[in-house]
Design a protein around this ligand. Sequence first.
Ligand SMILES: NC(=O)c1ccc[n+]([C@@H]2O[C@H](COP(=O)([O-])OP(=O)(O)OC[C@H]3O[C@@H](n4cnc5c(N)ncnc54)[C@H](OP(=O)(O)O)[C@@H]3O)[C@@H](O)[C@H]2O)c1
Length: 276
Amino acid sequence: MIASSARIWGYDTNFGSFSQFCVAQEHQILPKADHLTWEQAAASTLVGTTAYRMLFGWRGNELRQGDIVLVWGGSGGVGSQAIQLARAKGALPVAVVSDPAKGAYCERIGAVGWINRKDYTHWGIPPRWDDVDGQRHWMAEARRFGKRLWEVVGEKRNPAIVIEHPGEDTVPTSIFVCEEGGMVVICAGTSGYDAVVDLRYHWTRQKRFQGSHGANDEQAVAYNDMIKSESIHPSLARVLRFEEIPRAHDEMGRGLAPAGNTAILVCAPEPGLGRR
Ligand SMILES: NC(=O)c1ccc[n+]([C@@H]2O[C@H](COP(=O)([O-])OP(=O)(O)OC[C@H]3O[C@@H](n4cnc5c(N)ncnc54)[C@H](OP(=O)(O)O)[C@@H]3O)[C@@H](O)[C@H]2O)c1
């Protein structure tokens, strides 16, 4: 994925994957798990392989059994896959969500607990380091968030890996709560791209801030094998028609999408094709 020629199909190339047929290279095709419908199989491969690379793809910071993992947007696409992958590895995923119903969903798929981000007020770019009052408020909120994390895991231990994608709103907190020598790994900047980091925590505690994009062939196959063996599930929440794509985007943008993944039917299933 680091080669300058590497591209994510449908994202870095050809403006989307909304087509009934396409030409693909052989290594881009993975066998569909027999127990899944086409919709289920389509739902999670992008977010799941991305989460797999984030958790297991960065030498020196690969997820280990017993590690704590903080997962932003735990009930979303990347989050629901990261929680299951972490649990399957014997790690302890803690979800961050914006309401209790999403928290309960995260627990059902393997999170040891959840934090409601709406209970805190320090999101976004923090005040400058020399703004004493602003820093006091920011630090009090970040510490309160960190304490809640300890309560959820039942001990004073910080996350070895933080699964990041909101970006601007959350990166300062991610770096703050990550354990010494741990890694904040990021695949998007949904809330904005100006991620401000207090470098004192970053360098003295030797934390890693790692960008991650897509997955390589080996990681995609490893992820698909876990789906095929039913160690993890695609978390398909709903199936919408092609005409309903604007609705799906609108609900996603306003935080109203149901927990898990949405699949879109590019065309109506052909009679006799069968669900599998
Ligand atoms: N680079 C890659 O290879 C790659 C691959 C896949 C996806 N992505 C990107 O990763 C991002 C997430 O994808 P997804 O499929 O997981 O999206 P999703 O299903 O919409 O989930 C995103 C979650 O983020 C949370 N969230 C929204 N605003 C937030 C904020 N301000 N602070 C904290 N959390 C917030 C929401 O949960 P709560 O409201 O409950 O907190 C939401 O469930 C997208 O930008 C996507 O394009 C990148």
